[in-house]
Ligand binder design. Structure first.
Ligand code: ADP
Ligand code: MG
Length: 236
């Protein structure tokens, strides 16, 4: 569904992504892990058209390399950011409407907005200004705004960061429902290995922009190269 082929991105002297290739199949939850600075968020920035790069990225067999971000979004690729991005003065409902508006040229669909609000468990907060939400609700809202664009693929950037155990369970449940009930393909950047091994079918490990390995999460997390580069110092 999404194919990244021989992609390299340099920022000056720094190679943030180094000749990277991987493929995400329709319907799966695909995990990406690796130490800080490994290039994970940069991969999202390249897929969503924020920077130019060497190599090819295709979505449903269409080459999307070099397309502007809004066109890539309209093709059905949505993302969230590592730090929740919301409009503090907008209400929760209005924020979802912005997503709905962005995803369709016809304007927003009120019923769909209501469905999304319920799906991300924010119906009771619908009139609250987003600035008043706690971190978990801000994350739910950011995911809701992305869902409102009616994506085929949703890319989540460290959605569990800063969450406690109970919130992690709620976010995992939401991610599972998005995948299973809505049929949306998911790419998940995450630090928590337990979350990745429970949720994903394929796991890619990056280190300094380079693929260390990619495949079955159980096998990947027991690979000595992965244990050395990542689990040894991150999974404490
Ligand atoms: N816009 C940018 N300009 C310069 N360097 C960048 C930029 N974005 C990311 N980098 C660098 O690229 C590397 C990978 O960053 P990033 O993709 O954010 O890593 P990760 O998400 O895995 O922690 C880091 O060394 C980072 O400092
Ligand atoms: Mg990052």
């Amino acid at each position: 569904m999404l194919r990244v082929t021989n992609v390299t991105k340099k920022f000056g002297e720094l190679t943030a992504v180094n000749n990277l290739s991987f493929e995400v199949c329709q319907g799966q939850i695909f995990g990406i892990a690796g130490p800080n600075g490994a290039g994970k968020s940069t991969v999202y920035n390249l897929i969503t058209g924020l920077y130019d790069f060497k190599g090819t990225i295709s979505f449903k067999e269409q080459d999307i390399s070099g397309l502007p971000s809004h066109r890539i979004a309209r093709l059905g690729i949505a993302r969230t950011f590592q730090i929740p991005q919301t409009f503090p003065s907008l209400t929760v409902t209005k924020s979802i409407e912005v997503g709905s508006y962005f995803g369709s040229l016809k304007g927003f669909d009120k019923d769909h907005v209501d469905q999304v609000l319920a799906f991300v468990n924010l119906a009771e907060k619908r009139d609250a200004p987003t600035g008043s939400l706690n971190l978990l609700h801000k994350k739910m809202l950011m995911i809701g705004a992305a869902l409102a664009t009616r994506p085929e693929i949703l890319m989540l950037d460290e959605p569990m960061a800063g969450s406690n155990a109970k919130e992690i369970i709620q976010l995992m449940d939401l991610i599972r429902r998005i995948n299973q009930d809505l049929g949306i393909t998911i790419i998940l950047i995450e630090h928590f290995m337990k979350v990745l091994t429970e949720l994903t079918q394929t796991l890619l490990i990056l280190e300094t922009g380079t693929k260390i390995c990619c495949g079955d999460p159980q096998k990947v997390t027991s690979d000595p190269r992965v244990i050395e580069c990542y689990l040894g110092n991150c999974n404490d």
